[in-house]
Write a protein that binds this ligand. Structure first.
Ligand code: G3P
Ligand code: MG
Length: 237
């Protein structure tokens, strides 16, 4: 199976930090999944939540209300373990620099809310092309309109539709959105053999999130699921 390290090797290091991404590079992961948001001054940064409270020593301050310089003053590692004290929020550019010289693939998940920035997608694409890693990147989101925009800007972009609801007539939707979909990323508990079959009949891969139990991973592998987004199911060199 295609293994994606969710927010980096986030079972072993603080999520969405350079430490977690470096750890993923030392593992057998094929790909790093990370979440991207835009700062107040328009810089794509890597963080899951819309605010910094859970994963830093800051309070409930929104990413879109803070500049990169302000965000860089907070500690994003100590909440996980004292050994990671001093970790800073990474920019997407810093992660692209890290993976530029290796084979690691990237699943860039576009995040938004409570506001939807105008130009996050353009900025992400510009950076991906600046570092010439477009052939190793896929773009995913729960917000499929953001993916529609990426696809409009770059017809070669690999698009992964993330789902956290169990849609009726999923493939009627997939067939009609006007995107040449590379993969669907449903929450694992909605996946059925029929769903996998219908995806594969269309040449679409099925990647699921977020699975950390080896027995469950085997179950979905046997079902034909192509990829796994995981915090912990990584082997280290
Ligand atoms: O790529 C989807 C996966 O990351 C699950 O979503 O909330 O962890 O970004 P989330
Ligand atoms: Mg994510």
């Amino acid at each position: 199976m295609f293994i994606m390290a969710h927010r980096g090797a986030s079972g072993f290091a603080p999520e969405n930090t350079m430490a977690a991404f470096k750890k993923a590079l030392e593992s057998d992961a094929d790909c790093i999944e990370l979440d991207v948001r835009l700062t107040k001054d328009g810089v794509p940064v890597v963080i899951h939540d819309s605010h910094i409270k859970r994963t830093s020593n800051g309070g409930k301050q929104f990413i879109h209300d803070l500049t990169l310089a302000e965000l860089k003053t907070y500690d994003f590692g100590a909440w996980f373990s004292p050994e990671y004290t001093g970790e800073r929020i990474p920019t997407l550019e810093e992660v692209l620099q890290l993976i530029q010289s290796c084979e690691m693939q990237l699943n860039i998940e576009i995040k938004n809310g409570p506001i939807i920035p105008d130009d996050l997608e353009e900025k992400v694409l510009d950076l991906v092309y600046k570092y010439n890693v477009n052939h190793r990147v896929m773009y995913s989101s729960f917000d499929h309109m953001r993916l529609q925009k990426i696809y409009a800007l770059d017809r070669t972009a690999k698009i992964g539709l993330v789902f956290h609801i169990n849609l009726i007539n999923l493939f009627s939707y997939v067939d009609r959105i006007g995107i040449d979909v590379f993969s669907i990323h449903p929450n694992y508990f909605y996946i059925t053999s029929d769903m996998v079959q219908q995806a594969h009949n269309r040449g679409i891969k099925v990647n699921t999130y977020t699975l950390d139990d080896p027995a469950w991973a085997k179950k979905y592998k046997d079902m034909g699921v192509d990829g796994l987004i995981t915090n912990r199911l990584l082997n280290f060199n």
